[in-house]
Design a protein around this ligand. Structure first.
Ligand SMILES: [Zn+2]
Length: 133
């Protein structure tokens, strides 16, 4: 692998549910908050086969021949967390109420999903709703 994972405070909502992943081999970083759903990442552009995309394929993997992609969203509505019956789970951001509606429909239509937790960050406060079957 080559990653260091840390739980850190979220600068946006202040919760301690921030999750940071730093790949010390590539220098790539991702941040995700499990409460408010905001995220930020600095990732290297890759080809479909996951190899690094190079500006000039005849040259090596030097810093000036790779392409960095900066992605962030600090205006998310919240996040969801689905626990599966077998094991593991799915966590991702919710951008708006339409996303909330879709993930609820997905939750009730998939037999592998055991529990759904939705957190929203509205007017500086985090609310949590749990759904089970
Ligand atoms: Zn947050």
């Amino acid at each position: 692998m080559g990653s260091v994972v840390n739980e850190i405070d979220c600068n946006r909502c202040g919760s301690d549910n921030g999750f940071e992943d730093f790949n010390y081999k590539s220098g790539e970083t991702t941040f995700f908050c499990k409460s408010c759903g905001c995220y930020e990442s600095h990732m290297l552009k890759r080809n479909e086969d996951r190899t690094l995309f190079l500006k000039n394929p005849k040259r090596g993997y030097g810093d000036f021949n790779c392409v960095w992609i900066h992605d962030k969203n600090y205006n998310t509505l919240g996040a969801y967390n689905i626990n599966l019956y077998d094991r593991g789970g799915i966590i991702d951001s919710l951008l708006n109420e339409e996303d909330v509606k879709e993930i609820k429909e997905e939750f009730y239509s998939n037999d592998r999903y055991k529990e759904l937790t939705i957190t929203k960050f509205i007017n500086g406060k985090i609310t949590t709703d749990k759904y089970t079957k």
